[in-house]
Ligand binder design. Structure first.
Ligand code: DAH
Length: 339
């Protein structure tokens, strides 16, 4: 048995020294020290050794195991070093190679236009608020003085989630939500996405954006509305634009108007941009209807207010002279890269 151990130790240490990688080393470890390994088998045979020989045999077996384990450890370190060196050689980074350029994105033209509008109103003391895109029919229509059988409801045919819930067709419901909070004075704009069951063409999309505006305080008049929108239009399109208020009808304002600005391209002479008219429509507005105020518990003997709704895409198309709204949604970088 002593002989067998000596031979086994010597041959194993020899094999270990010759091993060139971690896998080979592991194979040896399993063959000798594993569950079915040769040294393990010898250890198991210890029970048959006569008692008087056991101490000495025990020592020899232990020495053999230690010798093998030490050899394994030394070889393991050696192989690790070899592998590390190999990797260091293979994974050299050439820091002098030119870098890959990251293309930086930037804001969408809609976003640029919105931020410009927000900046103007924030400068006049307005707060920017947001309302839900999935809205109760009540807020989108009923509370805005558009009862179930009102023709204006047909015009804004929308996507119904169920009888009571719709995708909002306008940002005007945010007016109601803000009024309901009961804090006056109010100076707010509410930008956001709106939805209508429209076919896609150069000027229509089933999903577009509006910016709602509302002011409520003591003694607010149509003159305040005119002054405010004039400051806004001049800041946005240039000091030379003039405004025209055309009488119109919205169920939630009285009186109501649509507002045109003089074409900032031709100065009002008539060109392709304004379709020869000299004027370009930019928004709808009016004095908030008393019925709307009363429904929201605003004391109409004390307070009055105005509201307006701007089409964001319209502003972006005009400012950047884009002639097809679809370009704004197609995510073509050749187009978007121009802003
Ligand atoms: N909500 C209207 C629309 O989508 C736009 C509008 C008009 C909003 C007049 C207003 C307003 O706040 O006073 O056509």
């Amino acid at each position: 048995m002593k002989e067998r151990l000596k031979e086994l130790t010597e041959s194993t240490v020899g094999k270990i020294k010759a091993a060139v990688d971690a896998a080979a080393l592991n194979e040896i470890r399993v063959a000798i020290l594993g569950k079915k390994g040769e040294l393990t088998a010898i250890l198991k045979g210890m029970k048959d050794v006569p008692p008087e020989e056991k101490p000495e045999m025990g020592r020899i077996v232990n020495e053999a195991r230690e010798a093998i384990e030490t050899a394994l450890k030394t070889a393991g370190d050696r192989i690790k070093n070899i592998e590390l060196e190999k990797r260091l050689k293979e994974e050299v980074i050439d820091v002098t190679l030119p870098g890959k350029k990251n293309k930086k994105g930037h804001r969408h033209p809609n976003r640029i236009a919105l931020e410009e509008v927000e900046k103007i109103f924030i400068g006049m003391g307005y707060e920017v608020v947001h309302g839900p895109e999935v809205e109760y029919d009540y807020y989108n229509f009923e509370a805005l003085n558009i009862p179930a059988d009102h023709p204006a409801k047909d015009e804004q045919d929308t996507f119904y989630i169920n009888d009571k819930i719709v995708l909002r067709t306008q940002t005007s419901p945010v007016q109601v939500r803000v009024m309901e909070k009961g804090k006056i004075p109010i100076r707010m704009i509410a930008p956001g996405r709106v939805f209508r069951a429209d076919e896609v063409d150069a000027t229509h999309s089933p999903c577009f954006h509006q910016i709602e505006g509302m002011v409520i305080d003591e003694g607010i008049t149509f003159a305040d509305l005119k002054g405010t929108l004039e400051v806004f239009a001049k800041k946005l399109f240039g000091e030379n634009v003039a405004l025209k208020f055309r009488p119109h009808h919205f169920p939630f304002t009285e009186p109501s108007a649509e507002v045109d600005v003089t074409c900032f391209k031709c100065g009002g002479k008539g060109c392709r941009m304004c379709k020869g008219e000299g004027w370009i429509e930019i928004l709808g507005c009016g004095m908030i209807h008393p019925k709307v105020l009363e429904r929201c518990n605003v004391d109409t003997s004390k307070y009055s207010g105005f509201a307006f709704g701007i089409g964001l895409e319209r502003i972006a198309l005009l400012k950047y002279e884009i002639d097809d709204m679809r370009l704004l949604y197609e995510n073509d970088v050749r187009f978007l890269g121009q802003f």
